[in-house]
Design a protein around this ligand. Sequence first.
Ligand code: SAM
Length: 279
Amino acid sequence: MADALLGPAEIRELATRLGVAPTKKLGQNFLHDPNTIRRIVAAAGLTPGDVALEVGPGLGSLTLGLAGAVRHVHAVEIDPRLAAALPETVTAPHLTVHHADALHVKGADFDPAPTMLVANLPYNVAVPVVLHLLAELPTLRGGLVMVQKEVADRLVAGPGSKVYGVPSVKLAWYAEARAAGKVPPAVFWPVPNVDSGLVAFARHDPPPGVDRRDVFAVVDAAFAQRRKTLRAALAGWAGGAAQAEKVLVAAGISPQARGEALTVGQFAAIAGAAKLSPS
Ligand code: SAM
């Protein structure tokens, strides 16, 4: 790797020198364990030709690991102090720092185009960031993100699981996701009061013939009242329970089923049937 990875002493020294007091609001828990960095980089499945996109490089712990593994790194950091200081820590020439909110970046902001998302995400916006990037950046072929363990469990859950919900289905629209391990609080400074989990994902083709927004509207409606049958939960969305039942039957799904039992393909079938059977 081009530069040495950062341990606890280097992280404290950097924070002191930059006058950075980590804020909860921006989810600033910095990795200070080189073994965890190596583990993340190895689990991400990067190839030397990849262009990595890192959201929230912070003090640069993971950025250093990524810079040694790929041909280019884009680092998107919302905190101006951290964005400005990053090139001093990561001196590799193939790094582009973007001082931006990851929730608002667009494909045109990145050259070369990112192929892999690898990030220790700010936990309060982790799911919207992943979904936004997968929607905006079709060149992303996959990635590995670290999120709060509970959120990781939701992201990889399948139909029938207690924690299967909106994030699980929406991520499944874009990609196949799997759990890639747990990370203990001790490897961060400051130490968070939750465990973290790694989620690896590989993009796949979404169900054909339907618009993503139409499908996501069905998903949102179904899980807004997850204990209700789909006939009842989708009544508002369809324009009445009778219309919801008609659409569900046309999609080959029992009106008595619940959203938590449906695959993303079945949600897509409902959205497709609604187009053919307008209220
Ligand atoms: N990658 C670093 C590490 O592992 O040590 C820091 C990870 S820390 C959990 C999250 C980082 O995301 C912080 O640097 C924070 O300032 C940044 N951040 C928070 N919200 C953001 C947003 N909306 N867009 C971009 N960066 C954000």
